[in-house]
Design a protein around this ligand. Structure first.
Ligand SMILES: [Zn+2]
Length: 369
């Protein structure tokens, strides 16, 4: 029968008559199924093309996005969006892809696993004079980069484990900081960068999309009486820093067809506030397109959630953005690249753009090179 390898999905059937490979997404929480998928299959017979059908797509958290979602196919190790037009009908999402050597390998978005995080760090920071890499007790990696006496910029990714696009954005940011350029040297002189590339370790290990294996949405868990481990780790990292200049939380947007940044500014000095306003203005970009707007206050988000989702969001829920801006009197940015707009390559370009934008507030005197 069909060979099938996946952490997110289960094989339901292969119908040779219609050449349809049917799969079902594994459960995530409260009757919802995992939204992102990746699987490879070896078909029992040779065909030119197969139709993949996700039978329970309607049971995933962002089912409203399937109608305009284009999945990816991996050919010879390269991921690319599929050429055809997917269909979403009565909760079933289907698309056709070419088959080579009876094999298909497809995904919601190109994957970026914990192994990929490790490999990226090894490849990027091995022996770099400006970098330090620490692994905490729970296994969280923290990368230190730049001037340890300068104000800190904290960058975190993968609070939502399935948002692999966030890791490509992070790669782009780090790549720009380590480039052999005047700009990069100035940024590393002006700031201390502290990067936590994989926050929701448990969710990534469990191949979930939005939650951890206890059903918690980590980015709604910043004001709980007892912190989930992943939140506690990041809070401890930030608490140790004497001056947090900015906090950047990188996500991935499943639904929107725009890339955007939400920001919040805590109580701070007038000078800092002016710097923050300048930085926020400089983030707006045409290519890759990036829109910037102020985070909605909690009552507004609450009302929006009531209207849009017809269900309550937990009143105690607090995002990292709101928490860090308030507690550390800083600028907190939530970066939401759209999976519909950006390939991984474009996501890296967006990350590089964000890093470059920091130059507008880098204050150190440039050293002669
Ligand atoms: Zn997210």
């Amino acid at each position: 029968m069909t060979e099938f390898v996946s952490d997110t999905s289960e094989l339901a059937a292969f119908d040779p008559a219609t050449r349809t490979l049917s799969v079902r997404q594994r459960p995530e929480r409260d009757g919802l199924a995992v939204h992102s998928f990746e699987f490879s299959a070896r078909l029992p017979e040779s065909v030119d093309e197969v139709t993949v059908c996700i039978e329970n797509a309607g049971a995933t958290q962002y089912s409203g996005a399937w109608a305009h979602h284009v999945p990816y196919q991996c050919t010879d190790g390269e991921w690319a969006p599929i050429a055809g037009r997917p269909r979403y009908d009565q909760g079933r999402y289907s698309f056709s892809v070419p088959v080579r050597d009876r094999r298909v390998h497809v995904a919601w978005y190109p994957p970026y696993s914990l192994d990929d995080v490790e490999e990226f760090i090894e490849r990027t920071f091995g022996g770099h004079p400006y970098a330090s890499v620490d692994r905490g007790e729970g296994g969280h990696l923290t990368i230190g980069l730049g001037n340890v006496r300068a104000p800190a910029i904290v960058v975190v990714a993968r609070q939502h484990p399935g948002e692999s696009i966030g890791s490509f954005v992070l790669e782009g940011m780090v790549g720009r900081l380590l480039a052999d350029t005047h700009e990069a040297r100035r940024l590393l002189e002006s700031f201390r960068f502290v990067v936590v590339p994989a926050v929701n370790l448990d969710g990534m290990q469990s191949h979930l999309h939005r939650h951890d294996s206890h059903g918690r949405d980590i980015n709604r868990s910043w004001a709980l009486r007892v912190d989930p481990t992943d939140v506690a780790v990041v809070k401890a990292v930030i608490d140790k820093l004497p001056d947090v200049f900015a906090f950047v939380d990188v996500h991935g947007d499943e639904v929107s067809r725009v890339n955007f940044v939400n920001y919040a500014i805590g109580k701070t000095s007038k000078d800092r506030r002016l710097q923050y306003e300048r930085l926020v203005q400089s983030l707006v970009s045409q290519d890759p397109q990036l829109l910037v707007w102020k985070s909605l206050s909690f009552p507004k988000r609450f009302a929006k959630a009531l209207i849009r989702q017809h269900k309550l969001i937990r009143p105690g829920a607090k995002t990292a953005n709101a928490f860090v801006a308030g507690r550390h009197h800083t600028l907190a940015l939530t970066v939401e690249p759209s999976v519909h707009l950006l390939t991984p390559e474009r996501a890296r370009a967006l990350g590089a753009w964000i890093a470059s934008s920091l130059s507008t507030v880098a204050t150190s005197v440039e050293t002669a090179s």
